[in-house]
Design a protein around this ligand. Structure first.
Ligand code: GLA
Length: 401
């Protein structure tokens, strides 16, 4: 075949067959990522230590799978243009680390960026997308987080579709996690490109602060991120998730109550649950939050429907999430600084979910109430609910017919 004929066949075959890998991330991905605690200061030993804790602490059994090495692991390109890894921090090489991760029943996630450089200034994939995807596949990568720094002049749809196609051409299924911060409204076009897409800028480990990084860019506290999720729920579902960023549970300045609320709300949002705390120092209380199987089952529910804020009266918010088999999750959430009394007369409520097209009519159907954090049945919707919620606390319920 002449060279021009070969090239034509190559591009036709890519454009006909390239797609994202289907059947991945049918529930929101769960894992652990280096960035929130370590930023760029990690090495092979630290990652192995995290892997050991995840495998032995109950986290793996609770569903955490992807060990994601975020920014600051690439070194230079070799003479053929292939990516290499920093051998000072990864003396055994990435394949050995990947084998170790897989030997523990876990999966490897890597990070790159659409530009020539990552956000941290390290070598990234622009112009090398197919070659990098091939290398990621050779290293045994199962998940790629792909960032948006140094993207000047790039079209987001094009840049992310190119890497999607490159992953497909490398023939190794990888969850494709688009980290484009919501700048180009990926929820509107990325359903066939990525398995999840960031909806906001970076989270930071505080309840409701903004870190302005000296005026360069903003990182957002948990409450700010929560409020940016409104109206996006219709775009999420099995295999294509809104990503309100990683968990700050057990990290920085969040109290235990706030960590529990943050985890509950992310579960209601059907958000990816990517922990980012230092697991070598994790307390029993924080581990209990991260591994609570009943709360995780709300996040991982196979219907994959994101919750909606049904009401907001002063500091009390009420969120509803339909679940499979006709169950519902309900989260009463006090975002204020003072305790609030909850007096909720079910029979006065008619709840309609206009995305799932489901109605809840407590006069027609009664539900039992299970308090997921206290692990207690607390009655039925036949009688009004009365409770007190401390500042920043939640009452998270599963409703069953
Ligand atoms: C961006 C991303 C973060 C993290 C850093 C790494 O800020 O949004 O999640 O990956 O880059 O430098």
């Amino acid at each position: 075949m002449k060279k021009s004929g070969f090239l034509l066949a190559f591009f036709v075959s890519i454009s006909c067959y390239a797609q994202k890998f289907d059947g991945l991330a049918l529930t929101p991905p769960m894992g652990w990522n280096t960035y929130n605690t370590f930023a760029g200061n990690f090495n092979e030993k630290i990652i192995r230590d995290m892997v050991d804790v995840i495998a032995s602490s109950g986290m793996r059994d609770a569903g955490y799978r992807y060990i994601i090495i975020d920014d600051n692991w690439t070194s230079t390109r070799d003479s053929l243009g292939f990516l290499t890894v920093d051998t000072v921090r990864f003396p055994s090489g990435l394949k050995a680390l990947s084998d170790y991760i897989h030997s523990k029943g876990l999966k490897l996630g890597l990070y790159s960026d659409v530009g020539y450089q990552t956000c941290g200034g390290f070598v990234a994939s622009r112009g090398h997308e197919f070659q990098d995807a091939l290398m990621f596949a050779r290293w045994g990568c199962d998940y790629l987080k792909y960032d948006w720094c140094a993207s000047d002049g790039l079209n987001a749809v094009g840049a992310y579709t190119t890497m999607r196609d490159a992953i497909y051409a490398a023939k190794r299924p990888m969850v494709f996690s688009m980290c484009e911060w919501g700048n180009n409204m990926p929820w509107e076009w990325a359903g066939s490109v990525g398995h999840l897409w960031r909806t906001t800028g970076d989270i930071t480990s505080c309840w409701d602060c903004i870190d302005t990084h000296g005026g360069k860019y903003n990182s957002w506290g948990v409450m700010y991120i929560l409020d940016m999720q409104d109206s996006l729920r219709k775009y999420a579902g099995p295999g294509h998730w809104n990503d309100p960023d990683m968990l700050e549970v057990g990290n920085g300045s969040l109290t235990l109550t706030e960590s529990r609320a943050h985890f509950s709300l992310w579960a209601m949002l059907a958000a990816p649950l990517i922990a980012g705390n230092d697991l070598r120092k994790v307390s029993k209380d924080v581990l209990n939050i991260l591994t609570d199987k009943e709360v995780i089952s709300i996040d991982q529910d196979s219907l994959g429907i994101q919750a909606f804020r049904q009401s907001k009266i002063d500091s009390l918010e009420i969120w509803y999430k339909p679940l499979k088999n006709g169950d519902w999750a309900l989260c009463f959430f006090n975002r204020g600084s003072k305790p609030v009394d909850v007096n909720y007369d079910w029979k006065k409520q008619v709840i309609y979910d206009d995305v799932a097209k489901l109605e809840l009519h407590f006069n027609k159907q009664s539900y039992t109430l299970r308090d997921l954090w206290s692990k207690k049945e607390i009655g039925t919707t036949g009688k009004p609910l009365t409770s007190k919620l401390l500042s920043h606390d939640v009452l998270l319920l599963r409703l069953q017919k």
